[in-house]
Design a binder for this molecule. Structure first.
Ligand code: ADP
Length: 446
C-alpha cells in the first residue's frame, strides 16, 4: 500500500479522499491555491503545499506545480478527485513518467472516453445501445439536416470533449439547425478549446440512469448498481438517488452484465461510470466518466462498498475484495447537493458562512468541507455540501432526508437547501415520477 498520497483537488471531494487515506493509514499531502490555505482539507492533511494563484488555470490545473509539490513531499501516488485534472490524459501520463501512481484508469482509457464521439463508437461496437445520431463530428448544416431527417426532431448538438452540461444546443426543426450548430460550436470552443460537436436525437422524457463499475488489474469487473440523476438544472445534477424507482432487478442485472462485459473487454482498470438515458424500458449510452463521481456516496450507502478506498487499493495493485455475487443493493439512498447559489436563478452566491449546523443521526451522512466563518471564494465550483439520507426503503429515505434538511443551518449565503425541501414535499418526486426535464419544467410551481 502507498505510504503517502497527494490529493490534487479541493473542497468536499478532497476531504472525502483524505478520510479514505487516513483510514488506510496513508499520510496525505494537500495542495491549494493562494486563497485556499484555510480549506478544511488543507487543515486536515499531514502536509500542504501552495501551488499557485487563485485562478484554477494557475493552480489546480497547473500540472508542473502539482508535480513539483509531489516530488518535494516524496509522494507515491496522486488522487485527482473530480473535475480539474481528473480526466486529463496528459496529467495521468506525466504522473507515471515521474514514477508516481495516478489513482485512476490508464491514460489511453481517459482519452478514449474523453472524446465522446470515440467513446460512443467504442461502446456501440461492444454491443452497448447508444442514442442515435451522427457517427462522428458534424461538418455542415446540410449534413446535420440530412441525419436529423432519419433520427427525427428535436436533435441536440453536443461538444465532443464536453462536460458539465456545457456546449449543448437543441434544434426543434430544420430551421433551427444552423443557429443551434453555430452556438454549440462557439460554446464548445470557448469551454473546451475545440469546436468539434456531434448530434443526437433529443429524447423527450428520459431518465438519466448511470451505472457504477469498478475493475482491478486482474480482470475482475463488478458493477454496483445504478443511480438515478434525473433531477437536473441546466443539464447538471442536483439530487440523485439509488436505486432508481423505475429500474427492476432484472433490468439492473441485465444492464450491469452488458456494462461489465464491455468494460472488461477494453481492459479498463479503476472506477468508472457509464451514463445512459433511459426511456420506455430502453437504455441509451451517452458517455463514460473515468473518475470518481460527485454522487458516489449513495452507491456506497446501498452497497456498503467504500468506493474511494477500493479505488486506492486497486491503484496500489490489490485485488478486488468482493465479486458480483457479494453485491446486494439494500435500502435506498438520496444525495442532496447543497450549492452556494440562488435556488431560482442558480447564480453563484459566494461569501462568508456566518452560522452553520449540519444534521446527523441515524441514516444521515454529510460530506463537506465548510465550517462556521469559512468564506467561500468566488473562483471554484459552488458545491459546498452533500447531505446523504439512507433508509430501509424509499419512503423512509425521504423521511430521513426531510428531517436532515430541516436541521441544516447555513447562514450568510444563499443555498439550494430550500429547493431540496420543496422537492421532498412534491407528489411527483414522492412517487418517483420525474424525468430529466422535470425540474426545469416545474421550477416556477414548486
Ligand atoms: P456532460 O458531460 O456535459 O454532463 P452529458 O452527455 O452527460 O453531458 O449530458 C448531460 C445531460 O444532458 C444529460 O443527463 C441529459 O439530461 C441531457 N442530455 C444529453 N443528451 C441528451 C439527449 N440525446 N436527449 C435528451 N437529453 C440529453
Amino acid at each position: 500500500m502507498f505510504k503517502k498520497i497527494l490529493i490534487a483537488n479541493r473542497g468536499d471531494i478532497a476531504v472525502r479522499i483524505l478520510r479514505a487515506c487516513k483510514e488506510l493509514g496513508i499520510s496525505t499531502v494537500a495542495v491549494h491555491s493562494e486563497c485556499d490555505s484555510n480549506l478544511m482539507n488543507v487543515r486536515l492533511a499531514d502536509e500542504s503545499v501552495c501551488i499557485g494563484p487563485n485562478r484554477s488555470i494557475d493552480s489546480y490545473l497547473n500540472i508542473s506545480s502539482i508535480l513539483s509539490a509531489a516530488e518535494l513531499t516524496g509522494t507515491e501516488a496522486i488522487h485527482p478527485g473530480v473535475g480539474f485534472l481528473s480526466e486529463n490524459e496528459k496529467f495521468a501520463r506525466m504522473v507515471a513518467e515521474h514514477n508516481m501512481k495516478f489513482i485512476g484508469p490508464r491514460p489511453e482509457h481517459i482519452s478514449m472516453m474523453g472524446d465522446k464521439i470515440a467513446a460512443k463508437r467504442t461502446m456501440k461496437k461492444l454491443g452497448i445501445p447508444v442514442v442515435t445520431g451522427s457517427e462522428g463530428e458534424i461538418q455542415s448544416v446540410e449534413e446535420a439536416i440530412s441525419i436529423a431527417e432519419i433520427t427525427g426532431y428535436p436533435v441536440i448538438f453536443k461538444a465532443s470533449s464536453g462536460g458539465g452540461g456545457k456546449g449543448m444546443k437543441i434544434a426543434n426543426n430544420s430551421g433551427e439547425v444552423a443557429n443551434a450548430l453555430k452556438m454549440a460550436k462557439a460554446e464548445a470552443k470557448a469551454n473546451f478549446g475545440s469546436n468539434s460537436v456531434y448530434m443526437e436525437r433529443y429524447l423527450a422524457h428520459p431518465k438519466h440512469i448511470e451505472v457504477q463499475i469498478i475493475a482491478d488489474n486482474y480482470g475482475n469487473v463488478v458493477h454496483l448498481g445504478e443511480r438515478d440523476c434525473s433531477i437536473q438544472r441546466n443539464h447538471q445534477k442536483l439530487l440523485e438517488e439509488s436505486p432508481s424507482s423505475v429500474i427492476s432487478n432484472d433490468e439492473r442485472n441485465k444492464i450491469g452484465e452488458i456494462v461489465t462485459k464491455a468494460v472488461g473487454e477494453i481492459g479498463y482498470i479503476g472506477v468508472g461510470t457509464l451514463e445512459f438515458l433511459y426511456e420506455n424500458g430502453e437504455f441509451f449510452f451517452m458517455e463514460m466518466n473515468t473518475r470518481i463521481q460527485v454522487e458516489h456516496p449513495i452507491t456506497e450507502m446501498v452497497t456498503g462498498v467504500d468506493i474511494v478506498r477500493e479505488q486506492i487499493k486497486i491503484a496500489a495493485g490489490e485485488k478486488l475484495s468482493f465479486s458480483q455475487e457479494d453485491i446486494k443493493v439494500t435500502g435506498h439512498a438520496m444525495e442532496f447537493r447543497i450549492n452556494a447559489e440562488d435556488p431560482k436563478t442558480f447564480t453563484p452566491s459566494p461569501g462568508n458562512i456566518d452560522e452553520l449546523h449540519f444534521p446527523g443521526g441515524n441514516g444521515v451522512r454529510v460530506d463537506s468541507h465548510i465550517y462556521r466563518n469559512y468564506t467561500i471564494p468566488p473562483y471554484y465550483d459552488s458545491l459546498i455540501a452533500k447531505i446523504i439520507a439512507y433508509g430501509k426503503d424509499r419512503a423512509e429515505c425521504i423521511a430521513k432526508g426531510r428531517r436532515a434538511l430541516s436541521e441544516l443551518v447555513i447562514d450568510g449565503i444563499s443555498t439550494t437547501t430550500d429547493l431540496h425541501k420543496k422537492l421532498l414535499e412534491n407528489s411527483d418526486i414522492i412517487k418517483g415520477e420525474y424525468d430529466i426535464h422535470w425540474l426545469m419544467d416545474n421550477l416556477e410551481n414548486i
